[in-house]
Design a protein around this ligand. Structure first.
Ligand SMILES: C[S@@+](CC[C@H](N)C(=O)[O-])C[C@H]1O[C@@H](n2cnc3c(N)ncnc32)[C@H](O)[C@@H]1O
Length: 241
């Protein structure tokens, strides 16, 4: 992710080695975004869903009326994504093992359980990937530009991309992406609000100021999911009028 630049993501130029393919489950999405039954029954968009099993699992449950995940990763085939997952796995888990104090070990008891859960989520994603691409549930696209009509979605979710990569992604990228998500959806939720060093994102306060001045209502909401220490909050944004 460190080489990731917005201008490299809007087209075929993105390189697979730039991506950290690390996917979460539906249960984690429900907790990170405090999703209600009603939320899950609408028209949903996930930005940067990568190899998360959120789309596959929710589709299997037959809940949403529409669910689309966008990610530049979806330019690649299932086997290419799977091989990238295998290459990355050891690096990420060994980093977590070296720094266990940075995380809250309640949802996952230890790094091995975390690793097993991530691999399971990615397996569910990969099993669904070809079918999901045909059904247009997985679409290759990159913030800050989304190819959807105004307010096509009820709710847009963005997990572990904005704010987390505050050192790599500029303030302009953050605010342009937020406004684009708010163009295509009535409501946007972002998790987490900490960066990779467990500090509150350097962009968060200014993003909230700009959103208020553009007539949106941003609100920080405490949620039941905390894995990065101190990271149990999401940003929820709705239109003021
Ligand atoms: C750490 S992963 C998180 C995956 C998933 N959201 C989750 O929480 O399990 C970050 C994802 O953001 C994607 N990504 C990177 N740049 C992006 C962009 N400009 N627009 C949308 N997604 C992007 C990556 O390809 C990767 O899949």
């Amino acid at each position: 992710m460190t080489n990731l630049r917005p201008e490299s993501n809007g087209d075929q130029k993105m390189q697979l080695h730039e991506v950290v393919p690390w996917g979460r489950s539906l249960d984690e999405y429900r907790a990170m975004f405090a999703l209600s039954e009603r939320d899950m029954q609408g028209h949903l968009l996930g930005c940067g869903d990568g190899p998360a099993s959120f789309n596959a699992e929710l589709t299997e449950l037959g809940k949403p009326r529409r669910l689309v995940s966008v990610d530049p990763l979806y330019l690649f085939t299932g086997p290419e994504i799977a091989s990238r997952v295998e290459q990355t796995y050891e690096t990420i888990i060994s980093q977590v093992k070296r720094n266990p104090h940075r995380y809250v070990w309640s949802y996952f008891p230890d790094p091995d359980a975390l690793g097993a859960a991530r691999l399971e989520a990615m397996k569910i994603f990969l099993n669904d990937y070809d079918r999901g691409r045909k059904e247009r549930r997985y679409q290759p696209a990159a913030l800050p530009k989304l190819d959807f009509e105004d307010r096509e979605f009820d709710l847009c979710l963005c997990s572990h991309l904005l704010f987390l990569y505050s050192a790599q992604l500029t303030f302009d990228f953050h605010i342009t992406s937020m406004l684009e998500m708010l163009r295509v959806a009535n409501e946007v939720r972002i998790f987490p609000l900490l960066d990779l060093d467990l500090r509150r994102s350097a962009h968060l306060d200014q993003v909230m100021v700009e959103l208020r001045s553009a007539d949106f209502q941003p609100e920080i909401v405490q949620v039941s999911y905390e894995f990065q220490k101190g990271g149990g909050q999401m940003l929820r944004v709705i239109r003021r009028s």
